[in-house]
Structures are given as C-alpha cells and as structure tokens.
Write a protein that binds this ligand. Structure first.
Ligand code: FES
Ligand code: MG
Length: 577
C-alpha cells in the first residue's frame, strides 16, 4: 500500500508507473542539492508561513532553521514549504474569511508532497486553527509550533501591549481624553517586537489550548517570539517530529474527545478568547467530534479563571512565561483533566505535568482556591433571541450589566453602525442595549470581529465605559465589555436577531443563561412573515466567496465549510461539569 511508503517514496505523483514517478521526483529534488543519502531519510515537512505582511510571523525563518537542526540531529531530512499566511490586519475583509482557505491549503499541501511528519509553524490568530484543521483532515503525523508572543512596550512610563491597550488608547482618543500627538506616540509602542499579541487574545488562547490538546510539545505555548527559549523549543519540535514520524503518531490518536475536553477546560480557565470556542469546534469537527455548547457551559461551573492576563486581568504573556507557563495552570486543574491523553511528546498529559519543574511563588496564575473569577470565562446563553445559542465572555464583562433589561437600539449592518454610532442625533442612553445585525458568517462573510461595538461617542464623552451589546458576529480576544456574541442562527440566515427593532425591550440574564426579546410571539411571527429576503450581492456569486456563502456553517458548528466535516461520531465535553 502506497500509504505505508516512507520518505521520497511517499504519495507518488501518478504517472501510471511508480518506478518512473520516483525516478522523476528524485531528478527534480536533486536539483535542490540533495544527495541520495539525504533522500533516503525520513522527511519532515515544515510549513513556512513567513510573509512580509505578517509581523506576528517575522521570526518564522529563524524557527525554520531551528526545526531543521532538530530534525537533522535525529537523522531526518527537513524540507520547508509555503502556505498562505494570515495576519489579522492584512486579511481583508477579515482573517476569519480566509481561515478555511488556509486550512484547505495546509491539508492539500501536506497530502500533495512527500512527508512522514509535518511541523506546522503558525501563530497569528486564525493560523493555528487553520493548520490544525488541515492537519487533522490530512491525518499525517503533525506537531504545532507557534511563533510566540511579542514583548510589551512602554508609553510614557506605562507598560503597553497589543491589542487590549490599542483599544484602550483608541477609546481614550475617541473620548477626547488624549490628543493627536499622544495617539501617534503610543502607536509606536504597542507592537514593539516580532510575535503575536501579548495579551490573552486569540493567538495566546490558541497556543495554550493547543498545548493542552497535546498537539504541541510541553512548554511550547509561552516562550516569547524573540527568546532563546523559543528557538530551543523549535529545535526540540524538529526532533519530536522525527519520533512521531517513526511511531506513526497521527492527529487522530491525539485529537480525541477527551483531549478536546481538556482543551475546552483550559480555554475556560485562562479566560480565553471567545474565538477559541469557534476554532476548537471547527478542529474537533474535522475529527467527527461535536462540541456540545450546553456541556461547555456546565464545564464552566467548576472551572475557575486562574490566569491574570489582560483583557480579563492585568498581566501579559511574557509574565505567564516567567511564571512557568501552561503547566502551572494544568497543575491547578489536575483533578479536572483527563490525564491519560497522549501528547506529541509520546507521553501522557499526566506524565508531562509530573515531569515539569516544580512551582514557585508568582502572581500570574492563581490557585483554584483564589481564582480571578469563580467560574469559566465563557457562558452559553439560550432564549428566543438565540435558539441556537450565543455566548458572553463573563470574565471580561461588567458585573453590573450581567442582569440587565433595556431598550434595543438597532443597527442593520456594519455600514449602518459606522454611519450613525458617532452621530449626536443618535438616541441612546447608557441603559440601552446596542444590537448589530448581519455580521454573522454569511451576513458579513467571515463573521468579522465587529461584535465589539464602540461606545457611541456621545456616551463616551459622558464617561460611559460599557453598555450591553449584542450581535451575530465575533469579538477580538483582546477586547472586553458586556458583549453577547455568536447569536445563532445569524440574522442573514433567518435568525430572530433580524426581527429586533429599535424600541423593543431585551433582557440579558447571564446567571439564568438567558437572552430574550420581550416581544410577544404573535408580533414576532408577523415580523418574520414580512421579513424581506436577503438582497443578493453580485460579489457573493463567484470564486472563494461563493464557496463560503454556499457552504459555511454557523458559529455553533465552527464556521467551517460543511463539505470538509465528516459525520459526527462522538461528542465533547464528556464530563458532567
Ligand atoms: Fe497577530 Fe494579534 S495580530 S496575534
Ligand atoms: Mg485577534
């Protein structure tokens, strides 16, 4: 069977004659300067996602060298190859729009080229889930390496980092608390080095949950991008890739329902990005594992938030690294984790926790007895406004607004919001609830992070810092506020969110896990019957965008393409919570 072949003989291009296919392949690869000795070795593919647009991946060339060194020290031949690279700020209309494209690219290039194992080098928000979705589907032995977080900067003596502080300073600028000169000065300080955002945004979240999932070597989530520790971890990753190739340790042996439960547990305990839930759902989906939102909510009941990082807390990723990294969190959660899950190290999660350095006094990771927040960071809501569910990052919300009834102020889409949010004529008070429609997976293809609606300028000037906001979109992991996201089904798919009108009463009850519009059923049905069909946009009808519009799933299914997801054979989490 060809799938049993190793090295250069693996996955031959079809010329009808295997001997000739290998002969041709060798002729071409020798032009890269390889000897027959090199070509007789196991091959470690290395996904190189360097791009001149992607500062989060600026250190990838150094990491590739270190991975190669590790692989060669173990007697293998490393070969790097490119896939697309996604940076949050350079992925119009939004990086999430392109995540599935990167997943397809990764999957098909792993399949197309001969490799016995693959090292996935990613980091910026959507890249790690895209790579793991692709690797899961290709099911070739795979190991994740992240680029690591950036260091923090300093603005007029104050420590700053992307991107919670980006938002904070921009909010102050909007409120006219700081001037043009100061906002330009801080712009120079927010991203002071290569690497991913320095707070508990999506990149840090995905790094930590991937280590917890077992797809990364222990200790790999936290070393800063520019540190020697990051380089050494990369070398170790190259060496580990050779071992998983020899052992045929494929993703399906690691990405199991129990391992996803560990990852979800860690997501809740770190106060992780809400995007992490969508990505884990998509990654699990590729394995035929369905993430059960109700069970995730139950998991939260006995999972405290332990990590004091912005935006829920006050520290940065480099501090978590100095505090000992993920294992400090795993140790506190040990009684809740499935310790028998296998990791890419070849050992179990429990064995890795035992083998890690002993803890020392520090302030970044709290104990389970003295948490930042008593229950999990993310709560799942249901109600007549979100029959398929919605979520709120309660650890980053305002406790005073968690039980709140208010008047809806509705914006029909992102353009309507942009046109009116700063108008002095906008009728809005701090007790109102802002509703943004049509920013879901289809309504605004890619489901942008526009769920973090700005505080209307007239309220910002009055010193209002938070207000309840509801949408079918996403929010950056670096943002905070009383913000309900991922309302499912989305407004563009006939969800009730499309039926809300300015003046309606809405009730948010986080403790009761409810989100309802207080409009009687007959009126809701009348509005549904008269809802005009979604206008057809010409750009929806061709290319990648058409593929997305035709096949993208809702937030509760991971916003993957339906044809990439196998039938469900298991659910996670399994724990009672
Ligand atoms: Fe890349 Fe934040 S922009 S991680
Ligand atoms: Mg982000």
């Amino acid at each position: 069977m060809s799938s049993e072949k190793r090295g250069m003989s693996r996955g031959l291009t079809s010329y009808g004659d295997d001997g000739f296919s290998l002969f041709l392949r060798k002729a071409f690869i020798k032009a890269m300067g390889y000897t027959d000795d090199a070509l007789g070795r196991p091959i470690i593919g290395i996904v190189n996602t360097f791009s001149g647009y992607n500062a989060c991946h600026r250190n990838v060339p150094d990491l590739v060298e270190a991975v190669k060194r590790g692989a060669m020290l173990q007697g293998a031949l490393p070969i790097e190859f490119p896939t697309i690279s996604l940076h949050e700020s350079f992925a119009h209309p939004t990086s999430m729009y392109l995540r599935n494209l990167m997943a397809i690219d990764t999957e098909e290039m792993i399949r197309a080229q001969p490799m016995d194992a693959v090292v996935l080098i990613g980091g910026c928000d959507k890249t790690v889930p895209a790579q793991l979705m692709g690797a899961a589907s290709a099911n070739v032995p795979a190991i994740q390496l992240v680029t690591g977080a950036m260091l923090t900067g300093s603005h007029r003596g104050e420590r700053v980092g992307a991107c919670t502080d980006c938002r904070r300073f921009w909010g102050r600028y909007r409120a006219e608390e700081i001037d043009d000169q100061e906002i330009a000065e801080v712009n120079d300080q927010l991203v002071p080095t290569a690497g991913t955002c320095s707070v508990m945004g999506t990149a840090s979240t995905m790094a930590l949950v991937t280590e917890a999932l077992g797809m990364m070597l222990p200790g790999g989530a936290c070393p800063p991008a520019v540190s020697a520790a990051r380089q050494r971890h990369a070398e170790e990753t190259g060496a580990a890739a050779v071992r998983i190739a020899a052992d045929r340790l494929t993703p399906d042996k690691i990405m199991t329902p129990k391992a996803f439960e560990n990852a979800l547990r860690v997501l809740l305990a770190i106060g992780g990005s809400t995007n992490g839930l969508v990505h884990l759902t998509a990654m699990a989906g590729r394995m035929g594992i369905e993430v059960d939102l109700e069970a995730v909510d139950r998991l939260g009941a006995d999972t405290p938030v332990l990590v004091d990082l912005k935006p829920s807390g006050s520290y940065y990723m480099e501090d978590l690294h100095k505090a000992g990294g993920l294992v400090m969190i795993l140790r506190e959660l040990k009684h809740l984790l499935n310790l028998d899950c296998l990791t890419v190290s070849g050992r179990t999660l429990g064995e890795e926790i035992e083998a890690a350095p002993k803890p020392w006094p520090q302030n970044v990771v709290r104990t389970a007895k003295d948490p930042i927040y008593a229950e999990g960071g993310i709560a799942v809501l249901r109600g007549n406004l979100c029959p398929g569910g919605a979520i709120i990052k309660q650890s980053a919300a305002n406790p005073k607004l968690m039980q709140h009834e208010g008047r809806a102020v509705v914006f029909a889409d992102a353009a309507d919001l942009a046109a009116r949010i700063d108008s002095d004529d906008l009728e809005v008070t701090a007790d109102d609830i802002l509703v943004l429609q049509n920013i879901g997976p289809k309504g605004h293809p890619g489901m942008p992070e526009a769920g973090y609606l700005p505080i209307p300028r007239k309220l910002a000037r009055q010193g209002v810092k938070d207000i309840v906001r509801i949408s079918d979109g996403r929010m950056s992991g670096t943002a905070a506020g009383t913000i309900v996201l991922h309302v499912t089904p989305e407004s563009a798919d006939g969800g009730p969110l499309a039926l809300v009108r300015t003046g309606d009463r809405i009730r948010l009850d986080v403790a009761g896990r409810r989100l309802d519009m207080l409009v009687d059923e007959a009126e809701i049905e009348r509005r549904r019957a008269s809802l005009p069909p979604r206008p057809l946009r010409p750009e929806d009808d061709r290319g990648y965008r058409k593929l997305l519009m035709d096949t993208v799933t809702q937030a509760d299914k991971g916003v993957d393409f339906d044809f990439l997801v196998p039938p469900v054979k298991a659910k996670t989490p399994l724990a009672k919570g």
